[in-house]
Design a protein around this ligand. Structure first.
Ligand SMILES: Nc1ncnc2c1ncn2[C@@H]1O[C@H](COP(=O)(O)OP(=O)(O)O)[C@@H](O)[C@H]1O
Ligand SMILES: [Mg+2]
Length: 257
């Protein structure tokens, strides 16, 4: 593996695989940090397995070729983030759905997140602007719910409850305000009232502010209201949102390392 394979910017980079393509490269550090786990991609909170996925190298690309064709058009709208503030052009949200797990939804969402960060980073430099430290954020809804449950159990010791609550509320704040977010697996069944309210407040904040979001789910968009327990929020998600249905069998557990 050359160093270029460890950097999501490589495909755009004129220095790739040259003598300057190393862990010392400033753009590499800006994207991945000194150790490959930081930088703007690290701040994006992607699960480790998805850190280097791009639309070009995504393992789901061949099987979901039709969707990837549409996505290559969609990502061109990401430059609208630099648009005229007085006349902003909206960037759509996406709803990636399949009933079966393991069809590449999370992989694709991760690739889109890294695409957004890349466009933000390169586009900011071109415009002589400082790229923000966290252009995008990945929220794993199941992991977030685990944190919620951890501090809401009866008689939970303080040293367990406190860090879980801190993580939980930091994630909530980031997911509500970050320019681009992935909300991974939003079709959680049987959430408690409190958790459901927080998930809804995140979605609501983003839709209201016109911030683009990639949702992944094993519940189709037109059934989401049954999981949410209300129609209003599910209807709001539909606004300026494209739904893609991922096909095929599960690839989980088939990964060659
Ligand atoms: N169409 C595909 N072809 C090959 N591998 C795939 C495909 N879709 C997913 N994978 C692999 O299967 C695993 C699960 O994919 P993931 O994106 O997490 O699925 P989902 O979010 O739809 O449940 C990952 O290791 C991914 O690389
Ligand atoms: Mg998934």
């Amino acid at each position: 593996m050359s160093h270029a394979d460890k950097c999501v910017l490589a495909r755009l980079c004129t220095l790739r695989e040259g003598p300057k393509c190393s862990t010392l490269c400033g753009s590499y550090i800006a994207m991945h940090g000194h150790n490959g786990e930081g930088g703007r991609i690290g701040n994006g909170n992607l699960p480790a397995a998805y850190l280097l996925v791009t639309l070009d190298n995504s393992p789901a690309r061949t099987e979901q070729s039709e969707i990837y064709g549409s996505l290559s058009v969609y990502v061109r709208t990401f430059t609208r983030q630099f648009g005229d503030e007085t006349k902003p052009e909206p960037i759509k949200s996406l709803y990636l759905y399949s009933r079966t797990p393991g069809t590449g939804k999370t992989t694709t969402a991760a690739a889109l997140l890294s695409e957004w960060i890349t466009v933000h980073y390169v586009g900011s430099l071109r415009r002589g602007q400082q790229p923000v430290e966290r252009p995008a954020y990945f929220l794993d809804i199941n992991g977030w719910q685990t944190d919620y449950n951890e501090f809401n159990r009866p008689r939970v010791p303080e040293h367990i409850a406190e860090p879980a609550a801190a993580r939980y509320y930091a994630a909530r704040q980031r997911a509500m305000t970050v320019p681009f977010a992935v909300l991974d697996d939003i079709g959680v069944r049987e959430p408690t009232e409190g958790f459901r309210a927080d998930l809804h407040s995140v979605i609501n904040a983003r839709v209201t502010a016109g911030l683009p979001t990639v949702y992944t789910s094993n519940v189709p968009l037109d059934e989401l209201h049954t999981v949410f327990g209300e129609r209003r929020l599910a209807d709001r998600i539909r606004d300026l949102c494209m739904e893609f249905t991922f096909k095929g069998e599960s690839h989980r557990g088939m990964r060659k390392v």
